[in-house]
Design a protein around this ligand. Structure first.
Ligand SMILES: Cc1cc2nc3c(=O)[nH]c(=O)nc-3n(C[C@H](O)[C@H](O)[C@H](O)COP(=O)(O)OP(=O)(O)OC[C@H]3O[C@@H](n4cnc5c(N)ncnc54)[C@H](O)[C@@H]3O)c2cc1C
Length: 407
């Protein structure tokens, strides 16, 4: 009997795992995806994926990594300045990693990762219920799971699921239902994101940040001819982002240096935000505890669902790639051995990933110190050029997805 696997969410982590299981004779694979189609042009804005995510993907599938890179620009530098143009930090990522990261539109990343799994994905479908797996220590805890789904052809029940994968992103209903409520920790930072056409005339290219006090602009160019703009500012934990904080005037006031001319790149970014105020996405930085498995080991949790983290080091999708690759490698190795034990498999994935994902979460949070109220962005940015932080960043950007943190 083939192993019955259902992956909920054809995002970053889910698609990578699905790609490795698709077409295997010993696996019956179904992917449930809420989005209406593979292109999902409404999918977010853009993102930078760390070298560690691309290194992991290339180790699983050089062809898939190449198809992602074909839709991306390299992320090769780390540059930090003040909004008046004073340079603070500028180093090549090749100092701390063996390959470049990437800058890519979100929809392009999804398109590349979903292309190999098209025949296995039920688009426009969501899970409405799950049965089994609650009595984790009781009899039957290891029994297969069942889910209810709703999609274009109506409602249905899928039974006898040997391995259920929660890969639905940050607000995972499956994790919540089978592992309990996920406490959310707010960090006191508001964040905005925007994708616009590049009319900067070359002012914006590789990954760069500009500070005015703890207020930070971040931007880079992505294919085909767009610029991704992120702005952050301190906001007390739990406080809402009021409408008055989102106006063009409020945005400009945060980033214009007092008594000094603004750098041309920052002036262009503020103009671009002012021209697209209604298209800006607003959120608050938050994270939650790491959790890789539940339901007596029949549920595997991967990606944001397993470890919601702050985006400061570009590790959200990056860690999702690492998860997808680690789960794929360990699952294929167990299938290959001919002796399949699903709870043992999810325990192995949990053991390989928990320390690594926790490290990514913690370093992402430590690196956010410059964004907090009362921070000194000059002192704290310069500290990121010192050996201790660079060593940690190297461990993140060059470390193995299977958990041995490189030093
Ligand atoms: C605007 C924005 C910018 C970001 N920038 C960066 C960045 O620069 N670098 C970085 O590394 N990370 C970034 N992130 C975070 C990154 O996008 C996520 O960490 C990453 O996508 C997580 O991958 P995932 O596979 O866990 O989930 P996702 O990629 O979110 O995929 C989840 C999938 O599940 C589907 N789904 C959700 N609920 C259901 C359901 N109930 N039923 C069926 N399907 C469902 C969704 O449609 C989606 O396809 C950004 C996030 C946002 C919102």
């Amino acid at each position: 009997m083939p192993l019955r696997v259902v992956i909920c969410g054809a995002g970053v982590a889910g698609s990578v795992l699905a790609g490795a299981l698709a077409g295997r004779r010993d696996v019956e694979l179904t992917v449930i995806e809420r989005a209406a189609d593979a292109g999902q042009l409404d999918a977010g804005t853009a993102l930078n994926v760390g070298p560690n995510g691309m290194q992991a993907l290339a180790s699983l599938s050089p062809a898939l990594a190449a198809s992602v890179r074909a839709l991306a620009f390299d992320w090769a530098r780390w540059q930090v300045s003040l909004t008046d143009g004073t340079a603070l930090l500028d180093f090549p990522l090749s100092d701390i990693s063996s390959c470049a990261g990437i800058r890519i539109r979100w929809a392009s990343l999804y398109q590349a990762l979903r292309e190999p799994i098209g025949a296995f994905v039920r688009y426009g479908t969501t899970i409405t219920g799950v049965q089994g797996g609650h009595a984790i220590d009781g009899a039957g805890a290891r029994a297969p799971l069942a889910i209810d789904i709703e999609g274009p052809s109506g409602r249905a029940r899928m039974e006898g699921i040997d391995l259920l994968v929660a890969a639905e992103g940050r607000y995972s209903p499956l994790r919540e239902k089978l592992c309990g409520p996920v406490p959310v920790e707010h960090f006191g930072i508001a964040i905005s994101r925007l994708l616009v056409r590049d009319t900067s005339g070359g002012l914006i290219d590789d990954y760069a940040q500009w500070f005015n006090g703890p207020h930070r602009l971040l931007a880079y160019r992505v294919p085909p001819d767009h610029v991704y703009i992120v702005s952050t500012f301190p906001l007390a934990p739990g406080e809402p982002i009021e409408p008055g904080m989102k106006t063009a005037a409020a945005i400009a006031a945060r980033y214009r240096p007092a008594g000094r001319p603004i750098a041309p790149a920052c002036a262009w970014l503020l103009d671009a935000m002012a021209g697209h105020v209604d298209a800006i996405h607003w959120a608050r930085m938050q994270q939650g505890p790491v959790c890789y498995r539940g339901a007596g080991g029949r549920l595997l949790v991967i990606g944001d669902a397993a470890h919601p983290l702050v985006p400061t080091l570009g590790q959200g999708a990056t860690q999702a790639l690492e998860d997808g690759v680690a789960a794929a490698e360990l699952a294929c190795a167990m299938l290959q051995s001919g002796s399949v034990d699903v709870p043992a498999l999810t325990a192995r994935i949990e053991a390989a990933r928990t320390t690594r994902a926790t490290f990514a979460q913690q370093l992402s949070w430590q690196a956010s110190d410059t964004l907090l109220d009362g921070s000194d962005p000059v002192r704290d940015t310069l500290r990121k050029g010192e050996p201790a932080f660079r060593k940690s960043l190297k461990a993140l950007f060059s470390g193995s997805h299977l958990g041995s943190v490189a030093s």
